[in-house]
Design a protein around this ligand. Structure first.
Ligand SMILES: [Zn+2]
Length: 272
């Protein structure tokens, strides 16, 4: 009874073939099986199983196979390459935590020039713009803060784990006693993995494409990069201690351009 039911789903001898992923790897392999198993259906089922098809795939393949008897006695075919892993990297499937550094009682780097914004305010503005851009690209975005409040570093990091974030991005602005030092910087953790380095490289490339000066990618043992399980990036948006950078960071249009470049780099990473 079972056999009769099985035979009913055997395909009519039609033209066309099975997808490479479902093809028996070589005719030779199937021939050996044919000597042991009398029923053509069984041979095909085992052959397909050997080729890497799941049971569900096998039934799909059977429908599209040409005449099974001819198929199993053909000369050996070149082995089909293993199917590429189908990892969806579209940004719309991703959760990204955007962290505006400092806030509340912690102002961050202090203004060095008259009328200069505080670091915590620069960070929040850029982070909000990055979040908006990523959101408009379809990402699920979580911000650590959306207003001027103080948050412990650990609470920021924990948010990444709580939301099982695919990426944690922290936005800061730098300061140095050397007033000539300028440019953005991209920080990853000392033991950052390959994926994290790749995100950093995508953002660096985006900075280059968008004419934003970047000092490079630096490994650092920062708390917000270390205390969670997501790939983590910390971006220093420029030097508040450098006159040119300070002027740029005070300019809303520049902050928008910078935020777009960050979002573009992140989107680039997830689209590859
Ligand atoms: Zn900072």
């Amino acid at each position: 009874m079972r056999m009769a039911q099985s035979r009913r789903i055997l395909p009519p001898p039609t033209a066309g073939g099975c997808s490479p992923a479902c093809r028996p790897s070589t005719g030779q392999q199937v021939d050996i099986l044919a000597l042991r198993l009398p029923a053509a259906f069984s041979v095909l089922a085992v052959g397909l199983a050997l080729s890497g098809c799941t049971p569900m795939d096998s039934s799909v393949c059977l429908v599209h196979l040409p005449n099974p008897i001819i198929n199993i006695r053909e000369a050996p075919r070149a082995a089909a390459p293993p199917p590429a892993p189908t990892i969806s990297k579209r940004i719309s499937d991703r959760t990204i935590v955007v962290d505006a550094g400092h806030g509340g009682k912690d102002p961050g780097a202090m203004p060095k020039f008259r009328g200069q914004m505080r670091e915590k305010d620069i960070n929040l503005d850029i982070a909000t713009k990055v979040a908006g851009d990523l959101g408009s690209r379809g990402a699920r975005v979580v911000m650590t803060r959306t207003r001027d409040v103080f948050l412990e570093l650990d609470d920021r990091a924990k948010l990444a784990d709580r939301h099982r974030a695919d990426l944690f991005v922290s936005i800061h602005a730098d300061s140095s006693a050397k007033k000539w030092v300028s440019g953005t910087g991209i920080h990853i953790h000392t033991r950052a993995n390959y994926e994290t380095m790749r995100v950093a490289q995508c953002i660096a490339s985006s900075f280059r494409r968008n004419g934003i000066s970047c000092r490079g990618i630096v490994r650092n043992n920062f708390h917000v990069l270390r205390e969670h399980n997501s790939p983590g990036i910390l971006i220093e948006s420029g030097y508040m201690s450098n006159a040119t950078d300070a002027q740029r960071l005070n300019d809303a249009a520049y902050r928008s351009r910078l935020a777009s470049a960050i979002a573009e780099g992140i989107a680039d990473h997830f689209s590859r």
